[in-house]
Design a protein around this ligand. Structure first.
Ligand code: MN
Length: 203
C-alpha cells in the first residue's frame, strides 16, 4: 500500500483573493506531501498486513500496531484531512447551502447564521494546531461541530468528516500572519457546499 499526493481539483491561484496561490502551493506540495511521506514510512513494514482503506484504518485506529499508531494517527489523519480540505473548497464556492446539508444545518444549529457563528468561534478558539469540523454521527444521524487537535481525524472518534477548516498556522500565515480571523472569514467564500452535500449523502 503506497499513498500518493492527490492533484488539486483547481489551480493554485484559483481561490484568490481569499486563499493565496503561494499558500496553496506550499500547503499542497510541502505540507500535504510530508503527511503522505510520513504515512508511507510508518506503513513500510513487511510484517504489516494491508488493512483496508485509509478511512477504514483511521476509523479503527486502535487496531493499528501500537508502535506505529501515533504516526498513522498523525500522518494518516493529515493525509485524509487535507484530501478532504482541498475538495471542500472551490472557486465557485461560498454562500448558503440548500439541499440535505442546508436542512441538516437548520435542524442541528437552528439556522445557517447560528451554524456559521458556532463553526467560526469554535475554530478560532482552538489552542495550538488543529481543525474545526462539521461532522456526521452515523449512530445518531445528526450533524455537529467538533474540533480535533493536530491532525487527528474525526474518523478516530467514530464521526464522518463533512467540512473541515485547517487551523494550523501554515494554512494562512504567508498572507495573513497573525490575522487568523481574516483567514476564517475569507474561507467561507470558497466553501464548496456541493462537496459537503455529497459527503453527507454518501454515508
Ligand atoms: Mn494543513
Amino acid at each position: 500500500m503506497k499513498f500518493e499526493l492527490p492533484k488539486l481539483p483547481y489551480s493554485y491561484d484559483a481561490l484568490e483573493p481569499h486563499i493565496d496561490a503561494k499558500t496553496m502551493e506550499i500547503h499542497h506540495t510541502k505540507h500535504h506531501q510530508a503527511y503522505v511521506n510520513g504515512l508511507n514510512a510508518a506503513l513500510d513494514n513487511p510484517l504489516l498486513q494491508a488493512t483496508g482503506t485509509l478511512e477504514e484504518i483511521l476509523a479503527d485506529i486502535s487496531a493499528v500496531p501500537e508502535n506505529i499508531r501515533g504516526a498513522v494517527n498523525f500522518h494518516g489523519g493529515g493525509h485524509d484531512n487535507h484530501s478532504i480540505f482541498w475538495n471542500n473548497m472551490s472557486p465557485a464556492g461560498g454562500g448558503k447551502p440548500g439541499g440535505a446539508i442546508g436542512d441538516a444545518i437548520d435542524k442541528a444549529f437552528g439556522g445557517f447564521d447560528q451554524f456559521k457563528e458556532r463553526f467560526t468561534k469554535g475554530s478560532m478558539g482552538i489552542q495550538g494546531s488543529g481543525w474545526g469540523w462539521l461532522v456526521l454521527s452515523p449512530k445518531t444521524g445528526m450533524i455537529d461541530f467538533v474540533t480535533m487537535p493536530n491532525q487527528t481525524s474525526p474518523r478516530t472518534a467514530g464521526l464522518v468528516p463533512l467540512l473541515g477548516l485547517d487551523m494550523w498556522e501554515h494554512a494562512f500565515y504567508i498572507l495573513r500572519q497573525n490575522r487568523k480571523n481574516e483567514y476564517v472569514d475569507a474561507w467561507w467564500n470558497v466553501v464548496n457546499w456541493d462537496d459537503v452535500e455529497s459527503r453527507l449523502r454518501s454515508v
